[in-house]
Design a protein around this ligand. Structure first.
Ligand SMILES: [Fe+2]
Ligand SMILES: [Fe+2]
Length: 211
């Protein structure tokens, strides 16, 4: 979730209501980001944004949906490029195999998070405590989801190496270049995605479970 634009050096420790009082046009920015400056106006901007960082909805919207939209068409592009250039660039076959592993593994991982982890977090945010049944499920799945993240990171590293950091060879056609750009974007988004889960959301859940 991108932070609300702050081109006017906004003081994040002030409440939403106070910020709108200061500059009424800020209300439009807050509305666009679904920040309640009216009934929830006594929250500081920093707090309002922090809660959103944790929200599974933001991860689904910004990361899971992107992967669901991108993996198949990018897989087709990889296939086209490998068919055309695999002879001159044999490393492309290895790249295709690694990409196919991501394409196979990621949807299963996303579904597990959406079915087992995120509903528990939504309930927790709403009720203020983790349900015991959900806690048992979380204790079981967080470790294996973390292993998936490691594996994804390894696949990305392999693709990064095989493409020499997404460098186009001299003879690369426009499709080859487009494939490299999109693979680089995939790496960037997945790194951000895994960071949000592994370093922000999951530790937050674990802290709650330990308390
Ligand atoms: Fe995820
Ligand atoms: Fe994940």
């Amino acid at each position: 979730m991108p932070p609300p634009p702050s081109n006017d050096n906004i003081d994040r420790s002030k409440t939403l209501a106070a910020l709108v009082e200061e500059k009424p046009r800020r209300s439009r920015v807050f509305e666009a980001h679904d920040l309640d400056y009216c009934c929830g106006g006594d929250q500081t901007l920093a707090d309002a944004c922090e809660g959103r960082e944790l929200a599974p909805d933001a991860i689904v919207e910004h990361h899971h949906d992107y992967l669901r939209d991108e993996l198949s068409p990018l897989g087709e592009l990889v296939e086209t490029v490998v068919d055309a250039h695999g002879d001159e660039h044999p490393e492309l076959h290895d790249l295709q195999g690694t990409f196919e592993a991501l394409k196979r593994e990621l949807p299963v991982h996303l579904s597990e998070e959406e079915q087992l982890v995120f509903p528990a977090v939504r309930d927790w945010v709403e009720s203020g405590e983790l349900d015991t049944n959900q806690e048992a499920i979380l204790a079981e799945v967080l470790g294996s989801l973390d292993d998936d993240h490691q594996e994804t990171a390894e696949h990305l590293e392999r693709i990064h190496e095989l493409t020499d950091g997404y460098t186009a060879p001299d003879d690369a056609c426009p499709k080859y270049r487009a494939m490299l750009e999109r693979l680089e974007e995939l790496e960037r988004y997945l790194h951000m995605h895994i960071h949000r889960e592994n370093n922000v959301l999951f530790p937050e859940i674990e802290r709650q479970m330990a308390s």
